[in-house]
Write a protein that binds this ligand. Sequence first.
Ligand code: PLP
Length: 377
Amino acid sequence: MSQRIYFDNAATTPLLPEVIQTIHEIAGTIYGNPSSIHREGVTAKNLIEESRRILSNYLHTSPAQVFFTSCGTESNNMIIKSAIKDHHVKTIISSPIEHSCVLNAINQYATENNVQVIYLEPNGYGLIDIQELERQLDQCQHPVLVSLMHTNNELGSTISLEEISTICKSKNALFHSDTVQSIGLYDLDVETLQIDFISGSAHKFFGPKGIGFVYIKNPVATKPLLYGGSQERNLRAGTENIIGIAALAKALELSTIHREQRFNHLLQLNQYFRTSLINSNLKITFNTHEYQFNPKILNVYFENQPGLELILMNLDIHGIAVSAGSACSSGTEKSSHVIEYIRPGSLGKSIRFSFSHLNTFEEIDYCMNVLKKLLSK
Ligand code: PLP
């Protein structure tokens, strides 16, 4: 193949042409400060509010409950801090394989505020035991926050938000889900689901980097992470990233229009790849659950391989971009805490393949051939 094959869509996605066009249009025409009261300012403000309407429609909620942030990391930090400082939670129940921005925020704010943290024990696919969650909710000190991501960014395994939310409501617990990997691919009706907080980041659904959002069910109770001006109804100070906000809305609008089509294509690609791997003579096991999974991700454990650093490099040389895990931990000496948790001591033997609707079956065939060549040596 002469073209590059991009199988690292959980790390980030490319900008779609329509999103690039929106960025060009806004950058060239709308420059007012949204806080100014003249026409230029009002035009910028209207753009933000129209984008907020698109976002709140997607989430089936009111525009008053969604706020733009700089990224998924900021959104998750804001939520954890608010649960502790504003909702006075005494316990946080989470999982050891959440994204590092959730784990590090919990660690920091819980330590500073003497909050108890209970980590559930996920199984080999990263899924938690519902009965264990119920048991912990019965025993822990309330108020309590349950923080569990929808799709695990490394494994692709995906929880049922409905199931967890129902338990949380029945036990009077707040529920936060990091939905950064599922926004755009799933229909997230936050009001029916009765979730208290979710987070999102545009660069995971074909929008630009540096723009994210948070949904807060009860924003009145929330104090800001950053202090300054009154932007985002006093919840997120700082002159708004209007180009990013408009591009996020455009990307989300496209995701909504094409959601089912994209989801089905991903499902077919994922299943095709799974079957090709099973039918090959490679010794592999899947780290992604067979049924409860987000079709954009397939994480594969390659047995009897001394270390995949070289394999990843070789795949890159053959034109294929994949990664061993989270983009935040790759490229550093420290390996993935997720893989280390589910397969202790097996570091460097798992590869995350993550797809988008732009990928094809031919690309999977080509990747399979390269893998066979590299790994059967
Ligand atoms: N949460 C999850 C599940 C992610 O995959 C990521 C990014 O990799 C983040 C949070 C952080 O998002 P951002 O890169 O926008 O800070």
